[in-house]
Ligand binder design. Structure first.
Ligand SMILES: NC(=O)c1ccc[n+]([C@@H]2O[C@H](COP(=O)([O-])OP(=O)(O)OC[C@H]3O[C@@H](n4cnc5c(N)ncnc54)[C@H](OP(=O)(O)O)[C@@H]3O)[C@@H](O)[C@H]2O)c1
Length: 326
């Protein structure tokens, strides 16, 4: 029997309840995994609260990212064997469980050099950093970029990676402690966005020009401020809703603030084929393997205490990566 965390109704962290389930044998194209570590992501809170509807409705088991060991292989699966260590970061939902079935095309093998916790922490967030920096806007040496919530899970990975790509990285953070951490992980400058005038500081740091790209996973609270940090024809990559969803945008604001571009990408849109997933995952494994991006797990919770992990994440108490341990 697998121990799972289930959501039977949408709500706060209290709706995350412990349950037991029979996992069964993998069907065609599937493998059964025994999880060794599960990645915590802000998106898990959106499915829990109902901001994002779970594709198969209620009840559901949250979680899109984990590392584990293959326990059984279904018909027609090539290239994966019982006992092999693998990880995944693009779902489907169901990672908050000691064991699960998953389509084989969603998992990638992990080498012996990458620890389970590292793998569980670097897939969804690493793949996100990959497409943000290497595909949505291609960061080049000499660029100055702005990355919000720089001390967060995606933030710490992306800021190290952007620095490695030769950019000058301006981060934002909610506290001095987080600012120090961001500075130690790729940020050249950190703005305390709860206290400082962010567009003013960005203009100061860019000789009055503004930046060509802002990466914004905070959403509602930072949307207008992000537009004000861009240079003419700059790009706002609005990729998350940590403070709430951006709604009711009047497109005229993009004209008024300098012929700006906005995109609202998702990881699914950049990993929709096996070839895309493999190429992006290879890039993540390479940059982590080279030591340029360090994956540090700063919080660990037993899987049974997933509700406490959600409280910490939504309460802005975490930094960098968090894993749930089965
Ligand atoms: N579109 C995609 O493909 C994709 C993929 C992965 C993640 N994301 C998004 O990327 C963002 C970061 O994800 P993550 O898992 O790495 O989370 P995280 O950055 O570790 O946590 C969110 C951070 O946002 C900041 N924040 C600002 N206002 C907040 C508020 N009102 N409530 C809570 N936090 C607030 C906090 O940092 P400070 O205290 O420093 O402000 C907090 O630590 C999320 O919006 C997530 O949905 C999008």
């Amino acid at each position: 029997m697998a121990m799972q965390i289930k959501v039977g109704r949408h709500g706060g962290p209290e709706v995350l309840e412990r349950a037991e389930a029979e996992v069964g044998a993998p069907g065609p194209g599937q493998v059964r995994l025994r999880h060794t570590a599960i990645g915590l992501n802000f998106i898990d809170t959106y499915f829990r609260s109902g901001l994002y509807p779970p594709p198969a409705g209620l009840p559901f088991v949250p979680g899109l990212e984990a590392a584990g060991v293959v326990e059984a292989v279904g018909e027609g699966v090539d290239g994966l064997e019982v006992g092999q260590r693998v990880a995944y970061g693009t779902g489907p939902l169901g990672a908050y469980s000691t064991e699960r079935l998953i389509p084989a095309e969603k998992v990638v093998a992990i080498g012996d050099k990458i620890a389970d916790e590292t793998a569980a922490a670097m897939m969804l967030k690493g793949l996100t950093a990959q497409y943000l920096l290497r595909q949505t806007y291609v960061v080049k040496p000499g660029d100055t970029i702005l990355f919000h919530a720089a001390a967060g899970g995606v933030g710490l990975i992306a800021c190290q990676w952007a620095k490695h790509l030769g950019a000058t990285v301006i981060g934002t953070a909610g506290s001095q402690k987080k600012a120090d951490l961001a500075r130690a992980h790729g940020c050249d400058h950190v703005i305390l966005y709860r206290d400082e005038d962010v567009p003013g500081r960005v203009k100061e740091l860019t000789g009055g020009k503004g930046v060509p790209v802002v990466y914004d996973g905070v959403g509602k609270d930072t949307f207008v401020m992000s537009l004000d940090c861009l240079r003419p024809r700059g790009l706002l990559v609005s990729f998350g809703n940590a403070s709430g969803a951006v709604e009711g945008v009047n497109l005229g604001i993009l004209a008024a603030k300098g012929s700006l571009f906005v995109t609202r990408p998702t990881i699914a849109g950049y990993t929709s084929t096996r070839a895309e997933l493999e190429a992006a995952a290879r890039d993540v494994v390479d940059v982590v393997g080279s030591g340029a991006v360090k994956i540090e797990v700063n919080q660990r919770f037993p899987l049974a205490q997933a509700a406490d992990a959600h409280r910490a994440l939504e309460g802005r108490k975490t930094t960098g990566q968090t894993v749930l341990l089965p």
